[in-house]
Design a protein around this ligand. Structure first.
Ligand code: FMN
Ligand code: SF4
Length: 466
């Protein structure tokens, strides 16, 4: 195993590419297999060590990293776009030794970004997790990986081995013990308290809050839960700084993001985009569309539909998407072809999301089931205007009434479908199923893999600049 390059000692954090270009996270991604530690160091340089031997200056350095992440404006990539530094500060200031959980559960069936990071770029996630642990004063890093990510777990195991055999890295990793744990592949398992519950030996079901994870999470210790991609960005911000991070993106959503593009495009896969990139440039990077479009689902299965007539000129940043009731969420961009029926697809999605409830909260169990039934009635032509009103009424009864945000996300995506495809919903309510209802089912449910794609990795590459 080679030693770290002498020109990039731990602690200086000056190794860079400093150019405002893409790719960043996906730079140097190998065509297959995982990036080795040697390749990782050649691509990114060594990470700056935040903590040393328990010296007083250690705390200042840890705080400086959180300040840098704050200045970078990094927002979480697990779906809610929560400011990462705010959460880190809350954990760092809570009483007791902290724990960091890297969330790579990726319960979103239309997302592949976290799986890609773990399989191909495990050292970026590990560097970010270690740096986050050092910054919040954690002595444990738990990497939570979906049980279906066999290759991701293997890459991580091999990466840990490489680090243990490299003296400087072993020193860097010494401050926090790393543990891998697998998470069931259902949709809610990646919710942060479900993850904490499961990592602590319980079921992967959300816990009722308070206490909040930053106060009392895993083993009642302050717990920082961050998405795998968020941690990967931390790994680069710690090296190159906030100003570098902000060279891409928009003022309120700086930096780049991993986006999983799927549906009728020539090359579905994971792309790295600059926030604010146009949807059309992403589709172009994906080789263009292979069919006419009916609409796009942005953000994931708790995200929002935008009808085809409003897709022109869409920019992929939250401040722009907000006007369409959407957000980039977990980085999902799923295109629906005009061969599919959006009402039938919405009915399938509603039933699937209802089946993902962990059945702990009445409004979620009964409300989502009733919502799915009402949408199925519209799709079947049984209910007309009354069923549409029922959807609205049920949605208002469910919103904000769960221990987690699964019901809210479900209501969001279902109502957005009704709004994006008004003519189709009205037609189905009056006349029943259309010709396309029995056609191809395009939404991947439950974990149907994205289209078979042997050369997927080759297309996991830079995406669109603006
Ligand atoms: C139903 C549900 C499912 C979720 N699934 C995931 C997931 O698979 N992966 C993930 O990173 N975050 C998921 N989240 C968000 C997490 O609760 C949490 O906000 C996130 O991991 C925090 O990381 P971030 O701040 O880096 O985004 C989910 C949230 C909900 C409500
Ligand atoms: S809101 Fe639904 S998914 Fe969330 S904890 Fe309650 S029952 Fe489970």
């Amino acid at each position: 195993m080679s030693a770290l390059p002498a020109t990039t000692p731990f602690g200086d954090g000056t190794s860079k590419p400093q150019t405002p270009s893409l790719p960043r996270l996906l730079a140097g991604i190998p065509a297959e297999g995982a990036m080795t530690l040697e390749e990782h160091l050649a691509e990114h340089g060594a990470p700056p060590l935040q903590l040393g031997q328990g010296r007083r200056s250690d705390r200042d350095r840890a705080e400086r990293l959180i300040d840098e992440i704050d200045a970078a404006g990094l927002l979480g990539r697990g779906g809610a776009a929560f400011p990462t530094a705010t959460k880190m500060r809350a954990v760092a200031r809570s009483r007791g030794r902290a724990i960091v959980l890297a969330n790579a559960a990726e319960g979103e069936p239309a997302s592949l970004k976290d799986r890609t990071l773990l399989e191909a770029l495990p050292h970026l996630v590990l560097d970010g997790g270690m740096l986050a642990a050092q910054a919040v004063g954690a002595d444990e890093l738990v990497i939570c990986v979906c049980e279906s990510f066999g290759a991701g777990s293997q890459s991580l195991g091999e990466a840990l081995q490489e680090r243990a055999e490299t003296a400087d890295y072993a020193e860097f990793d010494r401050l926090a013990r790393v543990r891998l744990t697998t998470v069931p592949g259902h949709y809610v398992a990646g919710q942060e308290t479900a993850l904490i519950n499961h990592a602590g030996g319980g079921p992967a079901k959300p816990l009722f809050t308070p206490p909040m994870p930053f106060e009392q999470g895993l083993r009642r210790r302050p717990t920082l839960v961050n998405n795998a991609e968020t941690l990967a960005h931390i790994a680069l911000i710690a090296r190159h700084g906030a100003a570098w991070f902000r060279q891409l993106g928009t003022p309120t959503q700086p930096g780049s993001a991993l986006v999983t593009l799927s549906g009728p495009v020539a090359h579905p896969g994971v792309y790295e985009i600059e926030h604010g990139a146009s949807l059309s440039s992403l589709i172009e990077a994906g080789g263009g569309t292979t069919a006419g479009l009916r609409g796009a689902l942005i953000g994931g299965y708790s995200g929002a539909w935008i009808g085809a007539e409003r897709l022109r000129g869409i920019a992929l940043s939250n401040e722009y998407l907000a006007a369409h009731g959407a957000a980039l969420g977990a980085g999902v961009v799923l295109l629906l072809s005009d061969e599919a029926c959006p009402v039938a697809e919405t009915a399938r999605l509603a039933r699937w999301l209802s089946g993902q409830s962990t059945r702990q909260c009445g409004p979620c169990v009964h409300g989502l089931d009733a919502l799915a039934t009402a949408i199925e009635q519209i799709a079947g032509g049984d209910g007309g205007g009354r069923a549409a009103q029922r959807v609205e009424r049920l949605a208002s009864l469910v919103l904000g009434r769960g221990a987690c945000r699964h019901p809210d996300g479900t209501v969001n995506v279902l109502l957005s479908a009704v709004e994006a495809f008004p003519a189709e919903f009205a037609d189905h309510g009056r006349r029943g199923p259309c010709d396309r209802c029995a056609g191809a089912q395009e939404l991947p449910l439950p974990r149907r893999p994205l289209p078979p794609d042997p050369a997927r990795r080759a297309r996991v590459r830079l995406g669109a600049q603006r």
